[in-house]
Design a protein around this ligand. Structure first.
Ligand code: NAD
Length: 245
């Protein structure tokens, strides 16, 4: 890792704080959850996430949705936060950041201790009844789908995951994310920035930084671009940030 580049970036982080962080699947690969796009990771080798995790499949082929799509999603729950999640949670307590907007549904930011987490693609902690609007814990739904698909609420309504499926409207929290992105510097971590409309947020931000293994289409606008592992990069940055504050 280029030490000068890390040192310069740490200076920018401290000078322009507080930052809002926008994370994607890449921050959780070091927790063992494959992203969608890195080749050879296996998670989506046999299924197309845009097809399986869609509103259309939920409605027209619930058996495939619950038996195939859901079982892949639920594998996320065994993962633990990695160093990158933990450092971000501490940066929030120390005032370097002012919250995380995440595209991830894995709950790892909250479990690492981050307080302000905007889950713009939802979460897997519970399922929503489409009829009465109540929540059912995911563990209960898992038990149901072993014998009955689709899972139903006590009122008879369909239970669906509280994740934003392909073809869904974005939740109201996205508006809050837009407002935050408009008035803070934005640090993108582990996102290809190919999924819309999350990839609209960097264009709103007054200042942009990118930490991602691969190039993104926003790199040219960024005041820093670091193309290494999120956990290693944040660990290296954290060392210099500590010296500066
Ligand atoms: P993406 O798969 O499109 O891109 C991930 C990016 O992260 C890639 O450009 C890759 O080079 C980079 N990356 C991978 N590992 C990295 C690491 N250790 N350090 C730094 N960079 C790394 O992910 P996306 O932009 O978030 O969009 C995909 C969609 O898939 C999102 O909507 C997200 O909700 C969903 N998803 C979520 C999870 C999760 O919750 N953990 C996992 C897979 C997909």
């Amino acid at each position: 890792m280029d030490e000068k580049m890390i040192r310069d970036t740490a200076h920018i982080l401290v000078q322009k704080k507080p930052w809002i962080v926008l994370t994607g699947a890449g921050i959780s690969t070091e927790s063992g959850i494959p992203d969608f796009r890195s080749p050879g990771t296996g998670l989506w080798e046999n299924v197309d996430p845009m097809e399986i995790l869609s509103v259309r499949t939920l409605r027209e082929d619930p058996r495939t949705f619950y038996r195939l799509g859901l079982s892949v999603l639920l594998r996320f729950r065994d993962a633990a936060p990695n160093l990158a999640h933990h450092i971000l949670a501490r940066w929030e307590r120390e005032g370097l950041t002012n919250g995380v907007i995440t595209q991830n549904i894995d709950d790892l930011h909250r479990r690492a201790g981050s307080k302000r987490v905007l889950e713009i693609h939802g979460h897997l902690r519970s399922f929503l009844c489409e009829q009465c609007g109540s929540d059912t814990p995911t563990t209960e739904v898992e038990k149901q789908v072993k014998s009955r698909v689709p899972p139903l609420c006590g009122c008879g309504g369909l239970l669906r995951p509280r994740v934003v499926l392909f073809g869904d409207m974005l939740p109201p929290v996205f508006q809050e994310a837009e407002e935050l992105a408009r008035c803070h510097p934005l640090m993108v971590i582990g996102s290809s920035l190919q999924v819309s409309p999350a990839n609209f947020l960097p264009s709103l931000a007054p200042v942009l930084g990118v930490i991602n293994r691969e190039p993104t289409s926003f790199d040219q606008r960024a005041v820093f671009v670091l193309r290494q592992s999120a956990a290693e990069t944040l660990t290296a940055l954290d060392k210099f940030v500590k010296e500066l504050v």
